[in-house]
Design a protein around this ligand. Structure first.
Ligand code: CTP
Ligand code: MN
Ligand code: MN
Length: 481
């Protein structure tokens, strides 16, 4: 005999034996104000349509459905029952009737949500308080959700390879929010209230949590187009448009590209020649070796210069696809034309397998940046391929090719250049989006323009830029969004 008292608090599900059609949604109907006969009617109707509706409240409940209650009413009731920290959604009965009408649980729309005064503490508030913009969050290198973020990143990459940057960005933002979570996601309920996760991303996550894999991700990986585009855009100097044209002409791999007799530009020829090396991750120790070489050359050509390692290595990454350097000189103007001198020096020393220099084309207009502000900056820069002396497996001397970017900024723009070239790419995009949409400012790697005041805001340090933008300062190691 089960004592009545124990029965009351025992099982969460009153029908654990009967499988529901939507196992991830568990509803509980609040009798208060709804009345017991209507509650019984809706409960039975829900179950008939394959919904799981529990008679008692438990931690399994995902949706608390009530009628004519405010969110605070429901919250008070939950608290009185000892469930003040439940992460379940508090929804109006309209959500249930809409779902029954649709034949499946529908998304929670604004009109379904119950209004609640914000409270402090509790896990629900913690998830609800994840900020929307990646530049408002700290994202360290360690990632507790690598399986999920790898999946979403792959879909982002595939979208970008299809020239669908909008879709790509949606997946990137979804991956970034998962990367910022302090713990591993094992249950969809942990994601309730989490921003930046659309229906599509949630479906992918749910598939992985439930079955260990996402069909969409697996079939993308297998797809001929994805594989070919990845190989072709993996060639330095080849973008999505070129690769897509080649793919449509039947070129799917390097062998076919070589056979095709295509005319390649100088960058692409170098990219093809050093394809294998450039596909290998650059280690921190290789980056340090290159840092020494670059610093020596820059200081020899322009004493007093400052050379800063930027990009992923400044964020603390242990490997990268290239090495990025930002060069400046405390005396404004002295930095002009330093790149050709440094490049000549590195060439004489036989360090360069390839280089292409662009001149500084930045112009500061009194009326602010020309809209739309391009995300591409205008610094004097040089994209290079270094050849590092090394040995092959048999110990024979050979040169290991590494991509290296050199960028020069005038001293007055240094803080902006440093912020702009430290990344991650998504962190940068989010900073600019925040500036535009929330502050009516225009941020680039050169400057910050306040459109309300009609003037440029100066900064000598990254901290000042965050302050101008009313953002908490985020250290480089926490910008791995
Ligand atoms: N960047 C830029 N303009 C470019 C190329 C890069 O402003 N034409 C910026 C990017 O926005 C990024 C930084 O330079 O913030 C570094 O870019 P990149 O080397 O591509 O990426 P990393 O974050 O360094 O990643 P990895 O370790 O793979 O190199
Ligand atoms: Mn880099
Ligand atoms: Mn780079």
């Amino acid at each position: 005999m089960v004592p009545p008292k124990r029965r009351k608090v025992s099982s969460g599900s009153s029908r654990p034996d009967k499988a529901s059609k939507f196992p991830q949604v568990v509803s509980y109907l609040l009798e208060r104000k709804m009345g017991s006969s209507r509650r019984t009617f809706l409960t039975q109707l829900g179950r008939k349509k394959g919904f799981r509706v529990d008679d008692t409240f438990s931690e399994s409940v995902t949706h608390v459905v009530s009628e004519k209650n405010t969110g605070d009413d429901v919250r008070r009731w939950l608290t009185s029952q000892g469930h003040d920290r439940t992460p379940a959604h508090l929804v109006d009965v309209g959500w249930l009737t809409d779902s029954l009408g649709a034949g499946h649980p529908v998304d929670i729309l604004e009109r379904h949500k119950l209004r609640e005064q914000p409270t402090s503490g509790g896990c629900e508030v913690a998830t609800l308080s994840i900020p929307v913009y990646a530049c408002q969050r700290r994202t360290a290198l360690n990632n507790n959700n690598a399986i999920l973020t790898d999946a979403l990143s792959l879909l982002a990459e595939n979208a970008e390879l299809c020239d669908d940057d909008k879709r790509g960005l949606a997946f990137r933002r979804g991956a970034a929010v998962l990367r910022s979570l302090p713990e591993a996601v094992t249950n969809m309920r942990q994601l309730r209230g989490c921003p930046c996760l659309g229906e599509h991303s949630l479906k992918v996550i749910q598939d992985i949590l439930e079955t260990g894999a996402s069909c969409e991700v697996e079939s993308t990986k297998q797809s001929e187009r994805y594989q070919a585009m990845k190989v072709l855009t993996g060639i330095f100097g080849v973008g999505v448009k070129t690769a897509d044209q080649w793919f449509r002409d039947g070129i799917q791999n390097l062998h076919q590209l070589r056979q095709s007799g295509r005319t390649l530009n100088r960058a692409q020829r170098a990219g093809l020649a050093h394809y294998d090396d450039l596909g290998l991750p650059v280690t921190k120790s290789e980056a340090d070796t290159i840092a020494n070489i670059v610093e020596e050359a820059v200081l020899a050509e322009l004493p007093g210069s400052r050379v800063t390692l930027v990009g992923g290595f400044r964020r603390g990454k242990l490997s990268g696809h290239d090495v990025d350097f930002l060069i400046t000189h405390p005396q404004e103007g002295r930095e002009e034309g330093v790149i050709p001198k440094v490049v000549s020096r590195l060439e004489v020393q036989d360090f360069l397998l390839y280089h292409k220099t662009s001149r500084n084309s930045y112009m500061e207009s009194k009326d602010g940046p020309a809209p739309p502000a391009s995300s591409m900056d205008h610094f004097e820069r040089c994209f290079t391929i270094f050849g590092l002396a090394t040995g092959d497996a048999e110990g024979r001397a050979r040169r290991r090719a590494v991509r290296v970017d050199l960028v020069v900024s005038p001293f007055s723009q240094f803080a902006f250049a440093l912020l702009g070239w430290t990344g991650s790419k998504l962190f940068e995009r989010e900073l600019r989006r925040w500036a535009t949409r929330e502050k009516n400012m225009t941020l680039s790697s050169h400057a910050l323009y306040d459109n309300n005041q009609g003037r440029y805001l100066k900064a000598a340090r990254e901290e000042e830029i965050f302050a101008h933008l009313s953002l908490d300062y985020i250290a480089p190691s926490d910008r791995n969004a």
